[in-house]
Ligand binder design. Structure first.
Ligand SMILES: NC(=O)c1ccc[n+]([C@@H]2O[C@H](COP(=O)([O-])OP(=O)(O)OC[C@H]3O[C@@H](n4cnc5c(N)ncnc54)[C@H](O)[C@@H]3O)[C@@H](O)[C@H]2O)c1
Length: 277
């Protein structure tokens, strides 16, 4: 259903790799709500070709950019403004990658070169995007910038290893640029802390199925699906949330407020009974 919440708004959506990607759903929702935008991803992701389908569906051109490169981000932001015919109203940062997670390195044996890559791709890229946006004066007043985070920024999820530090940094960057861009141009900057979601990045984390099920059993509403996360992004890009900024917004079905749930008690009780039998 469309309420034309983003009619007349233009922006950049990063991170749509395939149909499972959260950014893919954001692009579909933004298109349905009347926005025009440019899609972007790392040149290597482009080779997989999936994003071209989304580009055709949303009538959105693709400008490839490795988000760790300031030069490529400069070309992205200037190209997007040229194509869209003016300054931007929204930007989605939906980028995450950890070579340590991919290679299942234990927290006590992380590769520090990989660690730097994790930080560069998953957190510093967010700083670089806003740095470029500010230098190019690429944002309209009341523009909205959103990045996607995970609760491992605050709590321990052992298999998430160095991504936990990346997310903590991402959320801190949102607060600091939120202050800066708010004072300068009334621009909002927030992170959404999303439930575990079955995407390429998500399922790459060791033990994903277990903590997906655990979070689902712990959350009164169950895990928030990618489509619902996209809806939340749209609300933050819209004019209905103009005074929300510098926040880490939990989109997790209630997970973060729970101690233990009846579902988990039941599962553990059953397990104990099986062990005794
Ligand atoms: N899936 C989950 O369980 C979950 C939960 C909370 C938060 N998130 C976050 O949501 C965001 C999107 O992830 P997703 O789950 O949709 O998975 P995804 O794998 O579909 O998306 C990750 C994207 O990052 C892109 N990327 C990687 N390196 C890049 C680079 N150097 N430059 C530009 N783009 C690059 C990938 O090409 C891909 O499109 C990430 O920040 C992720 O950490 C995911």
């Amino acid at each position: 259903m469309s309420n034309n919440l983003l009619a007349g708004k233009v922006g950049i959506i990063s991170g749509a790799l395939d149909e499972k990607s959260i950014a893919w759903k954001v692009a579909q929702r933004a298109h349905a709500q009347g926005a025009r935008f440019v899609l972007t991803n790392a040149p290597i992701a482009m080779r997989m070709g999936e994003i071209k389908k989304l580009s055709a569906e949303c009538d959105a051109p693709i400008i490839p950019a490795d988000a760790t490169s300031v030069e490529e981000l400069e070309a992205l932001f200037s190209g997007a403004q040229e194509h869209l015919g003016g300054k931007l109203d929204f930007v989605l940062h939906s980028i995450g990658m950890s070579p340590n997670v991919r290679k299942k390195k234990d927290y006590g044996n992380l590769d520090y070169k990989f660690f730097q890559q994790t930080i560069d791709v998953s957190a510093m890229s967010f700083h670089k995007m806003m740095h470029v946006a500010e230098k190019q004066d690429a944002l309209n007043e009341w523009a909205s910038i959103v990045a996607l985070s995970y609760i491992a920024a605050q709590r321990v999820f052992p298999d998430y290893t160095d991504m936990s530090q990346a997310k903590a940094m991402l959320e801190s960057i949102a607060r600091n640029y939120g202050h800066r861009l708010g004072v300068q141009k009334k621009v909002r900057v927030n992170t959404i802390s999303q439930s575990p979601t079955k995407t390429t990045a998500g399922t790459g984390v060791g033990g994903f199925d277990a903590f997906f099920d655990y979070a689902d059993k712990m959350s009164p509403l169950g895990n928030a699906p990618a489509e619902a996360c996209a809806d939340y992004c749209i609300s933050l890009f819209s004019d209905l949330t103009r005074y929300v900024t510098m926040q880490n917004l939990l989109h997790d079905g209630g997970f973060s407020s729970m101690g233990i749930s009846e579902h988990v008690v039941e599962a553990l009780t059953k397990m104990a009974e099986t062990q005794q039998a």
